[in-house]
Ligand binder design. Structure first.
Ligand code: C5P
Length: 222
């Protein structure tokens, strides 16, 4: 695997709907980083499973992943709650995780030249995919805040779902993501904890930017 030198690598882990994606987007834009929402990779596999139930083998997936481009992850179909739940079930499988491991590592360590680095968010990024990241964050929020944010997102997309259903599904997802045997979600000792419960998007961005700038200035990067 090619590893570009002198790039900024940011790794974020977070439970569902904690706001990590929104923060990652703002931070990536500010520092010109390739942003990868790795949950979308598991979601696209979930979509393949739903769309092609009879073809869904490891070989089929291997071919699909080989052809996968970052822009494919913008597919609006990936945002549904059902796809999220299927993704969480699929993500427990060692064979599936192995298949997407190198795809994620390549993006993190060898982003296209136009970027100054990469910012990945997911569940096992800080300790599995980018263990030597320059910055590691564990972003979370209270379960009710997360459920309300996801509920509002889904309503905006005209999805027919109640707050109660969203809350239940987030609880189930947490249970599965935190407790699974392979690559569970956890806060590593070297990750900074950021709770977004009482923070606006802007406040969150500024908090993280301050942390990043401080280290970049010390290291003489800016
Ligand atoms: O972040 P998002 O809700 O899109 O992720 C969907 C599911 O994919 C998660 O609930 C989790 O089970 C799985 N996932 C994972 N490892 C990652 C990213 C997501 O297991 N790095």
């Amino acid at each position: 695997m090619i590893r570009r030198k002198n790039i900024i690598k940011i790794a974020i882990d977070s439970p569902a709907a904690a706001g990590a994606g929104t923060i990652a987007k703002a931070i990536s834009k500010h520092y010109n980083l390739l942003q990868v929402d790795t949950g979308k990779i598991y979601r696209i596999i979930a979509l393949y499973k739903t769309k092609y139930p009879n073809k869904f083998t490891l070989n089929f997936l291997k071919k699909k992943i080989n052809k996968l481009a970052i822009r494919d992850l913008n597919n609006i179909e990936l945002l549904s709650d059902d796809i999220g739940n299927t993704a969480a079930r699929i993500a427990k499988k060692k064979s599936i995780r192995k298949l997407v491991h190198n795809f994620q590592k390549n993006l993190a360590y060898n982003p296209p030249k136009k970027y100054s680095g990469s910012c990945l968010d997911g569940r096992d990024i800080t300790y599995n995919i980018v263990p030597d990241a320059d910055f590691k964050f564990f972003i979370t929020a209270s379960i009710k805040t997360r459920a309300m944010r996801r509920y509002n997102e889904l309503r905006k997309l005209k999805k027919n779902i109640t707050y109660k259903e969203v809350l239940k599904s987030i609880k189930n997802r947490d249970k599965s993501d935190f407790n699974r045997k392979i690559s569970p979600l956890k806060k590593t000792e070297d990750s900074l904890l950021i709770s977004t419960t009482n923070l606006t998007k802007r406040a969150c961005f500024l908090k993280i930017k301050k942390i990043i700038d401080r280290k970049l200035i010390i290291n003489g990067n800016i």
